[in-house]
Design a protein around this ligand. Structure first.
Ligand code: ADP
Length: 889
């Protein structure tokens, strides 16, 4: 094949220059994709492929109009492609093209999604286990660095920010586990950015240049975080998004003031999406009443990053309290916020140079919201006394008013969406422009009245003056009158019923109109660019104002939800006490007649073993506690009649691993690694929620692990723990370990019908509940008796030691599974009893016919705790039928 030359050749050589997967090259009014790129794009976006021949070869070609590139780019990038864009420019000898931008998921400015859009960089510490991370949102200019002490924590941060594109540093690339998990858990494009960008010196320099040396030093983060930040900046610059200037501030996320909330817990508590991956039904969606997308983003961030600082939380509470009382003023604030646009996004667009006149109008209007908020707040006694005043007062209001004034004076009320055709500015903004416009209007007036003048001057009828592309301005005279036109008329066209003429004077005016129109366009564009640059210069101010509006929005949203759902302000303190009176689950209460429940935990009652039949509400109860604590540490009110909450430093959960199952990972392995993480990371000040431990393995294996984990959590970790278990044996621990208490979710059985009361009561549940239900359901007595017998035997096979905490002497207590009692020591006759038992089965077995024996075996296999009641009933019916002799094919 001959080497391509011409346009295709140029395309192919530009393609060599970039590592982007696709190249869109401008050719006049189109952006064209050639060769393989054309095929891919056509396939993805349903475009038509044509053929472009170049020197004897033919190449596939697909194109989109220049003005339509954005939606196509967005669609390609959202499908995970990196797309290079080459623009055409004029040269002395014609056209040339160069790559001006590489659009990637993390640097896409044209997003229409309200969510944050983070580009992340992850750098491994090299010699140590730690990681540094940076997160940049080019659409808002937000830039953060974070540090993590191990891969798990790094993953937690990644999960929290949910980036769309991740740049792993040179070391992190070798970390298969981390990358694999990123691929599995986070829907992000992994991009290998050049290694040099991660080099400590170069990165440090880049970060210093961007944010100021002093700021960077004050952050006091380690090299890996700086390397990540530097690489992210470098990448943003290299892709040509042109938004570096909107990144005005760098923030560091240190762990101390934040509640640890690992990725698993964020998912288990369904903070931003349900286990099924829907945003509807998540905690965020439920409590979100924000008016603006920036407010929504902030509220989400608050939920994902609960705080530990009592001061911060109390300040938020005070605002929420004031706002929830002052309902009318809150409405006013929300109305005002409804007029606000996304200032951070607009600031980014201004710095990038893509903001149009309407965007600047949005800036103007949104800046105007700030004083309205302040007015409303100051004129309401509740609000005037709250920290809201300070929030709204924080941005430089004078500078904001100035900028708003400038925009107000400059921009026309309804400017067009193009910025090159004039019509953008108000009169009085620029003298030269005013002159041009005035002169233009004079001539227009002359042209508009020309027809009338010509009619009367030359006694003509049927005269019109108009303009089109080919003929320019013309005087059109009806056929009947065309013969009477004066000498000075020069005919330019004959139509069916009329003729078109021009005159010297008309031609001159036409030239002037065109000249003025061009001048106006140029002048307005120049002025507009200046104005846009002025706005871009104030990016930081816009971000400040945006932040203030978002904060008021998020707080008002919390207040709205509290007021509408009768939530209360929790009493926060630094102690161990957790008392929730008549608490509800924030999400479940929306759709269910919810039965409220209490929780009482303190220094002497720090570990609750939660029992109750399957589907009784154990899991809901525990999640409710976790959600209430989490909401309290967001500064929100909580769904309860009254709540006293000791602040926690972390919330850890492990619950049924549905999604892992779907991903084909071993549930038991996942379960154990989650447990391991909790045992390692939780502290005395943490809240731990365990929804079944040990289910994924054989009974004795499982029970042993659950048992040992309970002891460890109780004695060593000493975290506040709620542990739901179907191992009834664990309820015995309450008598042995001082801080363990039993609670159960009550259920009622009447005539075989089980009614779930959803009420949590002190004490353990009835341990033989399953068999009891079988009995009530009408299972024949021999089967029920035999089931009890089997259960008894299962229990006898093992006794477990409970190790008491605190004292130096381990307490040699033995839990006798046969009696359900604790004994001081293994009794001397234990061996004898065991031997007796071994002989027992033969005699019992012999008394039962083979079919019944099968039935018993099947019965034994039914797990009454996991089988849904309806299925349980049908299984039991099936067993009955088999006993009666007509079942079982
Ligand atoms: P378990 O963990 O015991 O199997 P779940 O917590 O999953 O039970 O609850 C089972 C069902 O009961 C769920 O549909 C839940 O919405 C409902 N439920 C749980 N607690 C309550 C409550 N306090 N009030 C009303 N409905 C509840």
């Amino acid at each position: 094949m001959t080497e391509a030359t011409g346009i295709v050749g140029e395309f192919l050589s530009l393609k060599e220059e970039t590592d982007a997967e696709l190249l869109a090259m401008q050719c006049g009014d189109f952006y064209e994709f050639f060769d393989e790129d054309a095929e891919i794009v056509a396939d993805e976006l349903d475009l038509k492929v044509s053929q472009k021949s170049s020197h004897g070869s033919s190449y596939p070609m697909a194109g989109v109009p220049v003005d339509d590139l954005t939606p196509y780019l967005k669609a390609l990038v959202e499908r995970g492609y990196r797309v290079a864009v080459a623009d055409q420019y004029e040269t002395d000898s014609g056209h040339a093209r160069e790559i001006v931008r590489v659009v990637t998921p993390g640097t896409l400015l044209e997003t229409t999604d309200a969510d944050a859009q983070y580009l992340a960089a992850v750098v491994a510490g090299g010699t140590t286990d730690d990681y540094g991370l940076a997160f940049a949102d080019v659409t808002t200019g937000r830039f953060l660095v974070a540090e993590a002490t191990d891969a798990d924590e790094a993953l937690t941060e990644l999960y929290r920010f949910d980036p769309v594109e991740v740049l792993p540093g040179p070391d992190a690339r070798a970390d298969d586990d981390l990358l694999k998990t990123v691929r599995e858990r986070i829907d992000a494009t992994l991009t290998l950015h050049e290694t040099e960008a991660f080099a400590p010196k170069r990165a440090d320099h880049a970060v210093g240049e961007q944010f100021g040396r002093e700021t960077v030093d004050r952050l006091s983060v380690g090299d890996p975080a700086i390397a990540a930040a530097g690489a992210a900046l470098d990448y943003v610059e290299e892709t040509g998004a042109g938004v570096l200037a909107s990144m005005t501030r760098i923030q560091a996320h240190h762990g101390d003031d934040h509640v640890t909330l690992d990725a698993t817990t964020q998912r288990n508590l369904e903070l931003t999406e349900t286990m099924q991956g829907d945003s509807e039904g998540s905690l965020f969606e439920t409590i979100d009443h924000t008016e603006t997308s920036a407010g929504g983003r902030l509220l989400k961030e608050w939920l994902q990053r609960p705080r530990r600082s009592l001061e911060t939380l109390r300040r938020r509470q005070e605002s929420v309290a004031a706002l929830s009382t002052a309902a009318l003023a809150r409405d006013e604030l929300q109305d005002a916020l409804g007029e606000a646009y996304d200032l951070a996004r607009l600031a980014s667009k201004a710095t990038h140079g893509s903001a149009d006149a309407r965007d600047l109008l949005s800036v103007r209007d949104t800046l105007g919201v700030l004083p309205t908020l302040l007015e409303t707040i100051e004129s309401n006694p509740d609000l005037a006394d709250s920290p809201l005043v300070e929030i709204v007062d924080r941005p430089d209001r004078e500078a904001a008013a100035d900028l708003r004034g400038t925009l107000e004076e400059a921009l026309a009320e309804e400017p067009p969406s193009t910025v090159t055709q004039g019509g953008l500015f108000r009169r009085g903004y620029d003298d030269e422009l005013d002159e041009v416009i005035e002169r233009h209007e004079e001539i227009k007036e002359w042209l508009d009245t020309l027809a009338e003048r010509e009619k009367s001057r030359h006694g003509l009828s049927h005269v019109t003056v108009d303009r089109n592309k080919t003929d320019g301005y013309y005087i059109q005279v009806g056929k009947s009158a065309a013969d009477g036109v004066p000498e000075s008329y020069e005919q330019i066209k004959t139509l069916k019923n009329s003729k078109r003429f021009t005159t010297e004077e008309l031609e001159e005016k036409e030239r002037e109109v065109l000249r003025l129109e061009e001048r106006r366009g140029d002048l307005e564009y120049e002025l507009f660019e200046e104005l846009r640059a002025e706005v871009a210069d104030r990016a930081e101010l816009l971000q400040d104002v945006g932040r203030a509006l978002a904060t008021v929005d998020a707080l008002a949203s919390l207040a709205t939800h509290a007021a509408e759902n009768r939530w209360v302000r929790p009493d926060l303190h630094r102690g161990d006490r957790l008392e929730i009176d008549q608490g509800r689950h924030p999400v479940v209460e929306q759709t269910t007649e919810f039965v409220p429940n209490d929780v009482r935990m303190d220094e002497d009652r720090g570990f609750l073993v939660v029992t109750g039949p399957n589907m009784s509400g154990k899991s809901t109860y525990m999640r409710q506690v976790a959600c209430i604590v989490l909401l309290a540490q967001v500064g929100s009110f909580v769904p309860a009649r009254d709540a006293e909450i000791g602040l926690v430093d972390g919330i850890f959960t492990r619950v049924g691993a549905l999604d892992e199952l779907a991903q084909g990972r071993s549930t038991f392995m996942v379960e154990m690694s989650e447990l391991s993480n909790i045992l390692h990371t939780a502290t005395e000040d943490s809240l731990v929620i365990l929804d079944e431990v040990g289910r994924g393995t054989a009974t004795y294996d499982g029970i042993s692990i659950a048992w040992a984990a309970t002891e460890y959590l109780h004695n060593e970790v000493r975290a506040k723990t709620l542990f739901a278990t179907h191992y009834h044996e664990l309820t015995g621990l309450a008598e042995e370990l001082p801080r363990v208490a039993n609670v159960h979710v009550a259920a009622d059985e009447q005539d075989g019908d089980v009614t779930f009361l959803r009420t949590v009561r002190d004490g353990p549940t009835d341990r033989s509940y399953g068999i009891h239900v079988a009995d009530l359901a009408g299972v024949p007595n021999p089967v029920v008796d035999r089931a009890r017998d089997v259960l008894e035997r299962l229990r006898e096979e093992k006794a477990i030691e409970a190790k008491g905490g605190g004292s130096s002497e381990p307490v040699q207590t033995v839990f006798d599974l046969s009696s359900g009692q604790f004994r001081g020591e293994a009794s001397a006759d234990g061996g004898e009893r065991e031997r007796e038992r071994e002989r027992e089965p033969e005699t019992t077995d012999a008394a039962i016919d083979p079919e019944a024996k099968d039935v018993l075996e099947d019965l034994e296999e039914i797990d009454v705790n996991t089988t849904p009641p309806i299925e349980l009933v049908s299984k039991v019916q099936d067993l009955q039928r088999r006993l009666e002799g007509d079942g079982g094919e």
